[in-house]
Design a protein around this ligand. Structure first.
Ligand code: CP3
Length: 350
């Protein structure tokens, strides 16, 4: 077994692993007391934009739990800000982008050129993190998908019905595509910069592709995800596509040039394995609310997921969406220990 290469990368390439690698989405954040302590002194965007603070927060969960990957601490919405919108995080209301992108002129004014210059602080953070990480821990960069970014840019804030972007899809689909094209160019440039700065894997979060009816998913989200994965392909850095929305949406990504599919918690892992396990490595998919359960429930769910994937390499253990801010710390520790112990037994008993 070539243990020189990082466990996460070996799992992605389906090479021999001694256990299943684990990291969790939103692993840096409010459930950690050390994160809350740092946030008392600095607001969220200051943490994102100060490389030393972003690096520190990225490393906090890795130090505490020994995850097999660190994910850059930042936010998907730094791209809309770099394109010219004003970004704020309002206490208890989440992100706000203004002015909202609602007209042809709004979208014409966005300029994707030079985006990596404006987001240089992200490259600097990645360089600092790489220096601190040990040989075994992989560094993951990320971006939002064009469609997810477009929904925040058009709606301006979190929403239930996505009235404005959906209205635009049915009134001016050409405008939505113009925005998505600009965002795709920005995402490719931004992720390339992250890779040059040291990201060894990148994940594209397509959180809101799921609000599209299935027959529109390929046109407004899937095709742009595929374009991004294809543009990054020559760089030889694996791409994880994480799309919320279950099996039907996942099937639409089945021909993408990505290496890993992120499986959300709605989706049946057994079916995903059957359909996509030969072509892709799979990441997921513990329901995040299992971590509110007792130890027996956590153990049972870990066992179930490991059994469903089976003993081959190609699985990255993760939650099926981000960890919630009030999850008890000891349950996270228990989860990590269980995945390690149970999967190590598996791989040794082969
Ligand atoms: O995973 C990680 O640990 C890396 C950091 C990370 C954050 N946001 C930090 C964050 C990542 C990968 C994201 C991605 C992100 N941001 C997504 C896609 C992922 C997903 O969950 O589907 C989305 C939709 C956003 C936009 C966003 N950022 C919202 C809607 C909110 C408010 C909701 C909330 O949880 O408060 C944020 C804020 C945010 N991003 C926080 C963190 C740690 C909380 C800010 C705080 O400290 O108060």
């Amino acid at each position: 077994m070539n243990t020189d290469e990082k466990l996460l990368l070996r799992a992605i390439r389906k090479q021999a692993v001694e256990r299943t690698p684990i990291w969790i989405m939103r692993q840096a954040g409010r459930y950690l007391p050390e994160y809350r302590a740092l946030r008392e002194k600095h607001d969220f965007l200051t943490v994102c934009k100060t490389p030393e603070l972003a690096a520190e927060v990225t490393l906090q969960p890795v130090r505490r739990f020994g995850f097999d990957a660190a994910i850059l601490f930042s936010d998907i919405l730094v791209i809309p800000e770099a394109l010219g919108q004003k970004l704020e995080f309002l206490e208890d209301h989440g992100p706000k982008l203004s002015p909202e992108m609602r007209s042809e002129q709004d979208i014409a004014q966005l300029n994707p050129a030079g985006i990596s210059e404006k987001l240089r602080f992200v490259a600097r953070a990645l360089q600092l993190i790489r220096k601190e990480l040990d040989e075994q821990t992989a560094l993951i960069g990320f971006s939002g998908s064009p469609f997810t970014l477009a929904s925040y840019m058009i709606e301006g804030k979190p929403t239930r019905h996505f009235k404005y972007i959906k209205s635009m899809i049915y009134n001016r689909p050409d405008l939505v595509h113009r925005l998505l094209e600009k965002l795709t160019a920005a995402v490719v440039e931004y992720v390339r910069m992250q890779i040059e700065a040291g990201a060894q894997v990148v994940q594209i979060f397509d959180t809101w592709g799921s609000i599209l009816p299935l027959h529109l998913f390929e046109e407004f989200s899937g095709s742009y995800l595929n374009h991004i994965a294809a543009a990054l392909h020559p760089l030889n850095v694996p791409v994880i596509l994480f799309s919320m929305g279950g099996m039907d949406h996942l099937i639409q990504l089945a021909d993408s040039p990505a290496q890993v599919l992120g499986i959300d918690w709605h989706t049946d892992l057994a079916q995903a394995k059957k359909l996509f396990g030969d072509e892709y490595a799979l990441q997921g998919n513990l329901d995040p609310t299992v971590l509110y359960g007792d130890k027996a429930a956590i153990r049972r769910e870990v066992q179930r997921i490991l059994n469903v994937y089976g003993p081959e390499s190609g699985h990255i253990f993760n939650l099926g969406h981000g960890i919630l801010p009030d999850i008890p710390l000891e349950n996270v520790q228990f989860l990590v220990d269980e995945v390690r112990e149970q999967s190590a037994k598996w791989h040794q008993s082969k």
